[in-house]
Design a protein around this ligand. Structure first.
Ligand code: GLN
Ligand code: ZN
Length: 755
């Protein structure tokens, strides 16, 4: 029984790759130093995998920027504007990924998008109608030689041609990307031949598109591809992940591939479906260890589920993580501050490899002393989990009734009460919450974390920043103010740190894109709010002015999506628990005199399942979790929500069902096109369509803002509209923010006269 690794995180357990990249980009180290550090990282990652018993070591999981981009380069598919004279090299990758590199000319970066339903962002390949492919970059071949020189066997892992085309976008003209398939296949064949000549035996081709509800032309492309690519001597392992591919069973079971990898964590039921039709020689790579979460696996249960398959398939069963370990933190061993109770429940990338080898012992040698110890360990871990339950939270969730999800009255009634109370002008102006997180603020926080200043001193300074932020907004003439979020490091971490049942690591970083990493909180237990989280800041800011100050919270769905969540209860249940905790905060804010409260849900859309047939179920519970968090207040209290990076065409009914009194969205880049969904739906509540692209350092002019809002007013009655930026302003400087908001207020004055 072999152990199969689909890929290891490249970033390094102390984010060595991140720091090397950023130094290189700043010109502080030479390219040779960057490649040295990268080689050392690959070496230790291969070593760890080999030590755990993995024979075929993945090549292609390392990337200087993104593995999809490395593949585009290998295929010679690099946009014209990023090419230099010297052919494709490492700097070319950086020009594509981030618009600039130490050599070559700056050019707008290629687009970046989330990889399926993960939080990893890939660089979208740009393909033209007359696109040609030819091997244009040798990194993958060099890494094969590199791992071989260390005495190991290489298994290249690359995205398959169909997924590559699916994830690409056509530029120049709109054409059918599948028309490029025959030519693309020829180049893949060349790549495979070259691996073969290097002595490679197995290649893994990843086709995560299989988990989608593919249209028939894309299905046909899968057949065509795997007929063509299995003609040579190389053994092809076709890998799918992130969801079930049982709906593609008749297609996939006919493919002449040497092996099949299935994600049995998200879709355990597909095991029997595919085992039944597995060919005599075909290998099954069973993805049974969750590659996307941080919890130690119940190995005894997994072994029980796999035992008959293991008996039947023998050598042909491979044990694997569900997907590449790219999505999990690197090494639990370096965590020194976790409670032992929590640490015992966890497993990061390096530990997941060990789990595979333990699973192998359970399957091969169930009666051994070692196997028995593994079973004991699993049982004690499970019972520790059960003991930690918070009965109060569980009882509260059980006692919920339909009424708890609804406001006292319908929107129209609430709107009248709120208008009476706040007497805001037509087109009220507001911002989305955060103001610049200056170097001074971040320095302050790090001094406090290091113990160089006391909590009292830290809070004192933050109050000064908040006072300054309020004064600036008053001077600007904004109608609904915010306190500025100076005290928050991150919109999820800030709440996670204050909620019971949520924990934090020191080094649990996961790559998000390029050199960017995130450190998601760990939701390990029942979630509750032991004390107020934001009230003192909102109260303080409100005490400085008669204008309303919006309370600012992160919503339950977003907290859930941006965390590593426990798996012993459903995501719906977790969202409900968080919803209750946020509800408590909302009510306490209201009681402290905060009349307007925003509950941010920027991650609402990204939680959508891969298959459309699963959408409704998700939307139902996600909407409910939000409503639960919002519904504890009186009619007079105005609830806002905020979403960005969203497209609303297919989810507008759910957005309306959330029933927030006001929703602010990101619309400036789309030039208000995103409002069409609201227009078509006759969305009844109030909307603040963003008029300031906060991702750009540019200042929007008065004219631009006026024209954007005029467009908005053609789609939505002006009485329903607010004027605000696209999103929070924390990444901008005051020098950028102030003139932009001066223009926003000036434009609003014009609009009030003219609309
Ligand atoms: N209130 C948050 C802020 O302004 C919202 C951030 C977000 O939508 N990502 O920073
Ligand atoms: Zn936003």
């Amino acid at each position: 029984m072999q152990l199969n690794s689909l890929g290891f995180p490249r970033i390094g357990r102390f984010r060595e790759l991140k720091f090397a990249l950023e130094k290189y980009w700043r010109g502080e180290i030479e390219q040779s130093q960057l490649t040295d550090i990268s080689r050392d990282l690959r070496k230790s990652h291969w070593q760890w995998q080999a030590d755990a018993g993995v024979k075929l070591l993945p090549v292609g999981d390392f990337a200087f920027y993104d593995q999809v981009l490395t593949l585009s380069a290998t295929l010679g598919a690099i946009p014209e504007r990023h090419r230099g004279d010297a052919g494709i090299d490492i700097d070319t990758l950086f020009r594509v990924g981030r618009g600039r590199a130490p050599t070559g000319n700056d050019a707008p970066a290629a687009e970046m998008t989330k990889f399926f339903n993960t939080n990893y962002h890939y660089i979208v390949p740009e393909l033209t109608a007359d696109q040609t492919f030819e091997i244009g970059y040798d990194q993958l071949f060099e890494e094969v030689s590199e791992v071989q020189a260390l005495g190991y066997q290489a298994k290249p892992v690359i995205l398959g041609p169909v997924s590559f085309l699916y994830l690409s976008k056509s530029v120049g003209s709109d054409f059918d990307r599948l028309s490029l398939l025959p030519q693309l296949l020829e180049t893949y064949q060349k790549i495979l031949t070259r691996f073969n000549s290097q002595g490679v035996e197995w290649i893994q081709l990843d086709e995560p598109v299989l988990a989608l509800e593919l249209e028939s032309d894309w299905q046909a492309a899968i057949s065509q591809t795997y007929t063509a690519l299995t003609e040579g001597d190389l053994k092809v392992l076709l890998a799918s992940y992130y969801g079930s591919i049982a709906h593609q069973h008749s297609l996939v079971s006919k493919l002449p591939v040497a092996g099949l990898h299935l994600d049995l964590v998200t879709a355990p039921q597909q095991l029997s479906t595919f085992v039944a039709t597995l060919g005599q020689e075909q290998v099954l790579s069973a993805g049974v260890i969750n590659g996307r979460n941080v919890w130690a696996a119940d190995l005894d249960n997994i072994a029980a589920q796999l035992s008959s398959v293991a008996r039947d398939l023998k050598q042909r069963l491979w044990l694997a993580p569900s997907c590449s370990l790219l999505h999990s933190p690197v090494d639990l061993e370096v965590e020194t501050a976790l409670s032992p109770v929590l640490k015992q429940q966890l497993s990061f990338a390096k530990q997941k490899l060990t789990e595979l080898s333990k699973l192998k012992i359970l399957l091969n040698d169930a009666d051994s002393v070692e196997a028995k110890a593994i079973v004991v360990e699993c049982r004690s871990r499970r019972s520790a989990r059960a003991e930690a339950a918070n009965q109060q939270v569980i009882a509260r969730v059980t006692a919920l009734t339909e009424q708890d999800y609804e406001r006292d009255d319908l929107f129209a009634v609430r709107q009248a009460a709120q208008r009476q109370k706040f007497r805001l002008p037509l087109l009220p102006t507001t911002t989305i919450g955060s103001f610049p997180q200056t170097l001074a603020i971040r320095g302050l926080r790090s001094r406090w974390r290091k113990g160089e200043i006391s909590l009292e001193q830290y809070n004192d300074q933050l109050r000064q920043v908040t006072r300054d932020t309020v004064e600036r907004q008053l001077k600007l003439g904004i109608d609904v103010l915010v306190h500025g979020e100076a005290e928050r490091n991150d919109m999820v971490e800030y709440f996670g740190e204050q909620l019971d049942g949520v924990g934090f690591t020191q080094f649990g970083w996961v790559q998000s894109y390029g050199s960017r990493c995130v450190k998601p909180p760990l939701i390990y237990g029942d979630v509750s709010r032991p004390a107020a989280m934001t009230v003192q800041w909102a109260e303080f800011a409100q005490s400085l002015t008669d204008k309303p100050v919006k309370g600012m919270l992160t919503g339950p769905v977003t907290i859930l999506h941006w965390s590593f969540a426990r798996e012993d209860i459903s995501r719906e249940q977790i969202a409900t628990q968080i919803g209750l905790a946020i509800r408590d905060e909302v009510v306490e804010l209201q009681n402290a005199g905060i009349g307007i409260i925003q509950i941010d849900e920027p991650a609402f859309r990204e939680g959508l399942p891969l298959k459309k047939s699963d959408w409704q179920h998700y939307l139902n519970w996600a909407v409910n979790a939000f409503k639960l968090s919002a519904a504890g207040v009186t009619n007079e209290t105005q609830i806002h929500t905020h979403m960005c990076y969203s497209e609303f065409n297919e989810t507008i009914a759910a957005i309306a069902a959330m029933d927030a009194d006001v929703i602010t969205i990101e619309t400036s880049r789309s030039r208000m096109e995103l409002l069409n969904a609201f227009e078509d739906f006759n969305y009844p509540n109030e909307i603040g369509p963003g008029v300031y692209d906060i991702h750009s350092p540019n200042t929007p002019t008065v004219d631009e803002i006026v024209s954007l809002m005029q467009k908005a007013a053609q789609k939505v009655p002006v009485e329903q509209l607010w004027v605000n930026p696209d999103c929070g302003l924390k990444t901008r400087t005051w020098d950028e923010v102030e003139p932009a908001l001066v223009n926003l207020v000036a434009a609003t004055k014009i609009l009030r006269r003219t609309l």
